[in-house]
Design a protein around this ligand. Structure first.
Ligand SMILES: C[S@@+](CC[C@H](N)C(=O)[O-])C[C@H]1O[C@@H](n2cnc3c(N)ncnc32)[C@H](O)[C@@H]1O
Length: 370
């Protein structure tokens, strides 16, 4: 069993991943303070602040497109920053002022622009790799899908905006799929540390990461479990660019058809939320057929009865934008779908990332009555 999780600075760019209880408490406090701030705002202000979120997104993307986080290694005069970024000075200043209100940069008393800890996370050389999320979320295929989110039943905004469902469209746009993979990898490395800290892992674990992308989660886990082996199962284009390292194999497969047997843990990290209930039932049935005595660990965002976490509600609305039926589910909804697939939910563990790891096992076949 892993007792400590070293090298968080190298893997995700923070000195350590806090224990799940601490990060949950911090999220609750932040949520309560944000709620208090919102309640203090006169309603017209709250309305405009909500609508201006659209502009925050654009400011962040535009500043990253101009490589401002990479150029802003220390305090800089606007003239120098504008020259190096090839930017119009006045436009740059306006966007930076909006960024400063969000804490993304700050202005000092001499009028210079300074990086904040947040700015550093957006640099291309930051080990966390979160810049890829800006590159992904700023793509026109994403913003056009988000612009079509509505309360109409049975819609797939991504399909309506781009002419094909998400993964089909990605296979026709390999550059954008690579950017998506990189964004997923940032979260995957963090999830590797969070899963190692939260669950028990035999030293010689054999792990199959279903829909595991380019294998960053497994690569990070295998670094810290030196006798473990892993297989990432994903679509052909993704497997073709999978991370190469010892003890990690990448296998082409379709989780709707078959998953290889013989592993002691199967992971489904941020996978089920891409799919509607019928598809999830099929995926879980495929897993149930392969798992035998193994555990199946499903990691998805928090979905509490009373919404309080902006990341969790944001992830849910993003699924509403990018998929035809994908959604965040709580343990109860997952347990119902799992039961129909011959699986039972045996445990749910909060992760330091704020997500939940739900452990499923194949329901023991009932003994026949004599
Ligand atoms: C949201 S990403 C999550 C990636 C990774 N688990 C993570 O958390 O970083 C979903 C993954 O499912 C993969 N996928 C989609 N359809 C699949 C299928 N039919 N069989 C296997 N993998 C699939 C995608 O290629 C993608 O890598």
């Amino acid at each position: 069993m892993v007792r400590s999780v070293p090298k968080a600075a190298d893997v995700v760019g923070v000195p350590f991943l806090p224990p799940a209880r601490l990060s949950t408490a911090a999220t609750r406090v932040r949520g309560a303070l944000a709620g208090m701030t919102k309640r203090m705002a006169p309603p017209p202000v709250a309305i405009l602040e909500g609508l201006f979120g659209l502009l925050d997104h654009r400011v962040l993307v535009a500043l990253c497109d101009a490589d401002v986080p990479d150029l802003l290694a220390g305090p800089m005069h606007l003239d120098d920053l504008a020259r190096q970024a090839g930017a119009d000075r006045e436009r740059l200043e306006r966007l930076l002022r909006a960024a400063a209100v969000n804490g993304w940069v700050r202005f000092d008393r001499r009028g210079r622009v300074r990086p904040t800890p947040f700015t550093r996370f957006l640099r291309r050389d930051h080990p966390g790799g979160w810049r890829a999320w800006v590159d992904f979320a700023g793509g026109p295929e994403i913003t056009s899908a988000v612009a079509r989110v509505s309360v109409a039943p049975g819609t797939d905004p991504f399909l309506a905006a781009n002419g094909a469902p998400f993964f089909d469209w990605m296979s026709e746009h390999p550059d954008r799929w690579r950017t998506f993979d990189e964004a997923m990898s940032a979260g995957a490395r963090m999830h590797a540390l969070a899963l190692l800290a939260a669950l028990d892992w035999p030293v010689d674990s054999s792990i199959c990461d279903v829909g595991g992308g380019t294998g960053q989660l497994l690569a990070t886990m295998l670094d810290l479990l030196p006798q473990a082996t892993g297989t990432v199962l994903d679509l052909p284009d993704v497997v073709a660019r999978a991370t190469q390292r010892e003890r990690l194999t990448a296998q082409v497969g379709d989780m709707f058809d078959a998953v290889p047997a013989g592993f002691d843990t199967y992971l489904l990290v941020n996978v089920l939320h891409d799919w509607g209930d019928d598809d999830v039932a099929t995926i879980l049935s495929t897993l149930a057929a392969a798992a035998g005595p193994a555990r199946i660990v499903v990691v998805d965002a928090d979905h509490p009865k009373r919404p309080r976490d902006r990341i969790a509600t944001g992830a849910d609305v993003l699924m509403a934008a990018l998929t035809g039926g994908g959604r965040e589910r709580d343990g109860g909804a997952l347990a119902t779908l799992a039961a129909a697939a011959g699986l039972r939910l045996v445990d749910s563990t909060r992760l330091a990332s704020g997500d939940w790891a739900h452990e499923l096992r194949v329901t023991a076949p009932r003994a026949a009555h004599p």
